[in-house]
Design a protein around this ligand. Structure first.
Ligand code: HEC
Length: 178
């Protein structure tokens, strides 16, 4: 190493130190003020009742089904395929196969190890309203279910998926009329 490279290295080093120092000072001067409670403040003149108002009510599933599209539903089930087979004769994976699931009794696929929560509901069938409720939030609809899936938030997308699931049958069942 000659003197020239030492000078360059020294200059680089001191530049680095200056930048780091500035950074720290900026951090102190502009330290973000964290609110005591995370979130954001509502304007204080907002009536409390309005802030706590319930979200807009969802249309009943029968009404949403009237405008549903099974082809859109088919596109929306990509995430399900990690766990479910949809085709006729499909194998059970992490979840049971879903061919002919519409109006099938809950937890009825031979050889699939359902949760106790699902088995307890074997007297019910997967009609539109049940599928809609389960797919919205599986764990809330059926506490104890082993389906590790957050749910489909959009009401119209859920209707599309229900319409698609109904199509997965040799003879699709009639959907509820609005
Ligand atoms: C991480 C894996 C996983 C994903 C993703 C998943 N499921 Fe499931 N699903 C399961 C398991 C496991 C069960 C069985 C639940 C139980 O026994 O409680 C199940 C059960 C079901 C059932 C009841 C079937 C029966 O025979 O009673 C339906 C309907 C269903 N899933 C639909 C879906 C749809 C539609 C999607 C996508 C929107 C989806 N699932 C995403 C794992 C999954």
């Amino acid at each position: 190493m000659n003197i020239e490279t030492n000078k360059i290295a020294g200059a680089a080093l001191s530049t680095l130190l200056v930048v780091m120092g500035l950074n720290m000072m900026a951090g102190i001067v502009f330290a973000p003020q964290k609110p005591a409670v995370p979130g954001f403040d509502l304007p204080s003149d907002e009536p409390v009742a309005a802030a706590a108002a319930a979200p807009a009510a969802e249309e009943p599933i029968a009404v949403r089904l009237a405008a549903a599209d099974a082809a859109r539903g088919e596109k929306a089930v990509g995430a399900c395929k990690a766990c479910h087979a949809f085709e006729k004769g499909g194998a059970n994976k992490i979840g049971p196969h879903l061919y002919d699931v519409y109006a099938r009794p809950k937890g009825a696929v031979e050889g699939f190890a359902y949760s106790a929560a699902m088995k307890a509901k074997s007297g019910e069938a997967w009609e539109a309203a049940q599928l809609d409720g389960f797919l919205k939030n599986p764990k809330a609809y059926m506490p104890g279910t082993s389906m590790a899936y957050a749910g489909i938030g959009r009401p119209d997308t859920r209707a599309d998926v229900v319409a698609y699931l109904n199509k997965l049958a040799d003879a699709p069942k009639p959907l509820p009329a609005p």
